[in-house]
Design a protein around this ligand. Structure first.
Ligand code: SAM
Ligand code: SF4
Length: 457
């Protein structure tokens, strides 16, 4: 049996992975590459030379899902061309479109050989081998086994090649059921990874040279688990534990739900220097009527009060958020409430979207859908305000001294690009330090997307 498995090992083969959507998908793509590397597949960023093409997909908005189908059309041509040269190409669809559409993908895109969901990708090497035998496979059950227990640890070399910052998924799934959102259906119920597994993964990352870890979860601040002291820990306690790992200089987490910001997490922002003063805390809308229709479980004022508490604990914290305009039934007055909330809170950065009805979610069945043109106008007005706030936040940093983690070489000779504590790219003279160093610089200018720095004299 073992010999047969070895004989089927695709030594010397290459895999191309294209990632759509959120940071959790970026993390999943890395873990899929690690699983395939253990099975003989080297990663490539050139699709033409790939023996295995994997699309790790996003289903959050209609556009994201449609992009996958048009890419599959192009891949079909590539597969046919390679086939004419006698080279076989296995095509796989992973991620949330895979979970949501399953077998339908095989019908709409005949070039696809395998469809694999976010909870089963630890089985990818075996599934690929079956596909090489000519089978068409749909593997989208919610596996009973813990995929993280079955995934190989990444090689040090692979971690290094990904840079000095890394993602680490600590929580998956969602039980909140916002009425616009597909996540509870594509990613399943809320599950937290155990403390020991997370600490071991963070220690491995640090040992490979990673300086900053961002903890990920669809609702990362709903994470909970039994701590080393036998007590139930929340994300705040976990962050304190991770801050003890030698080498890790910075910690972040995303994305959080306002309802799950507890006192221990706010205390972590107050007491932990390694926890960066930046918080992505989506509110979605400002009108209580719309928040209720969205099933967000908080009002606009709950959110304002929460931000006040967080800012009291950590005055230099910068806020980030997500907004949806044009949820069914949203009037001009409701939208004005969103604008008012943005003015009250002030954001350093934010993401905003037009509502996209998703099949199977309660929002999609509501009658009073907002016309596209109205959504466009509202989105433009909101984005103009958010951009103005983002610029003002950056401009206020000019003249200030701050720590920057140097991440990569700059586009121009003699420069490096780093990140501010508030996630902005900072251009730094290369003499300031090596990649991976956290250096102190003074900001001399704020550009549209980056800050420019000078040495601290
Ligand atoms: N769990 C996070 C939360 O509660 O904020 C976010 C998860 S979701 C992957 C990221 C963002 O996509 C959401 O915050 C929301 O703004 C946006 N989003 C989700 N469903 C959407 C839809 N149907 N139409 C437009 N935007 C949507
Ligand atoms: Fe989606 Fe709401 Fe869950 Fe966030 S909290 S993942 S928006 S259902």
């Amino acid at each position: 049996m073992l010999e047969a498995a070895h004989a089927a090992r695709p030594e010397g083969k290459k895999v191309f992975v294209k990632t759509y959507g959120c940071q959790m998908n970026v993390y999943d793509s890395q873990r899929m590459s690690d699983a395939l590397a253990a099975d003989g597949y080297a990663p490539t960023d050139r699709i033409e030379e790939a023996d295995l093409v994997l699309l790790n997909t996003c289903h959050i908005r209609e556009k994201a899902a449609e992009k996958v189908y048009s890419e599959l059309g192009r891949i079909r041509q590539l597969k046919e061309e390679r086939g004419r040269d006698g080279r076989e190409t296995v095509v796989g669809v992973a991620g949330c479109v895979a979970q949501a559409e399953g077998r339908e993908i095989l019908r709409r895109a005949p070039a696809v050989d395998l469809v694999i969901g976010p909870q089963t990708y630890h089985r990818l090497p075996a599934v690929v081998r079956r596909a090489l035998g000519g089978e068409k496979i749909v593997e989208t059950d919610y596996a009973i086994e813990d995929k993280f227990e079955h995934l190989p640890a990444p090689q040090k070399k692979a971690v290094r090649s990904r840079g000095v910052t890394a993602f680490l998924t600590v929580q998956e799934g969602c039980d909140k059921f916002c009425t616009f959102c597909v996540v509870p259906y594509t990613r399943g119920a809320e599950v937290s990874r155990p403390v020991a597994q997370i600490v071991a993964e963070a220690e491995r990352l640090a040992a490979a040279g990673v300086r900053e870890v961002t903890l990920l979860g669809q609702n990362v601040n709903a994470w909970h688990g039994e701590g080393a002291d036998g007590r139930e820990w929340g994300l705040g306690e976990l962050l304190f534990r991770l801050a003890e790992i030698p080498g890790l200089g910075r910690l972040r987490y995303t994305t959080s739900h306002p309802r799950d910001m507890d006192d221990a997490l706010i205390a972590a922002h107050r007491d932990l220097d390694k926890l960066m003063p930046y918080l992505h805390l989506p509110v979605q809308a400002g009108s209580d009527r719309i928040l209720k229709a969205m099933n967000r479980k908080h009002t606009g004022d709950d959110y304002r009060r929460l931000i006040d508490r967080i800012r009291k604990a950590r005055p230099d914290i910068a806020m980030s958020g997500d907004f949806i305009v044009g949820f069914p039934g949203e009037t001009d007055a409701d939208f004005e409430e969103t604008m008012r909330l943005v003015r009250d809170v002030t954001y350093a950065q934010a993401f905003s979207f037009k509502y996209s009805p998703r099949p199977g979610t309660p929002g999609a069945d509501l009658d009073d859908q907002v016309p596209e043109g109205v959504k466009d106008e509202r989105l433009q007005a909101l984005q103009a305000l958010l951009t103005e706030q983002q610029r003002a936040f950056a401009a206020a940093l000019v003249g200030r001294t701050m720590d920057v983690l140097l991440e990569k070489p700059g586009r121009q000779a003699g420069q490096r690009v780093g990140r501010s504590p508030w996630l902005q790219p900072v251009i730094v003279d290369e003499k300031a330090g090596e990649i991976g160093d956290i250096v102190s610089v003074r900001i001399k200018e704020a550009g549209t997307n980056s800050l420019f720095s000078e040495p601290v004299s």
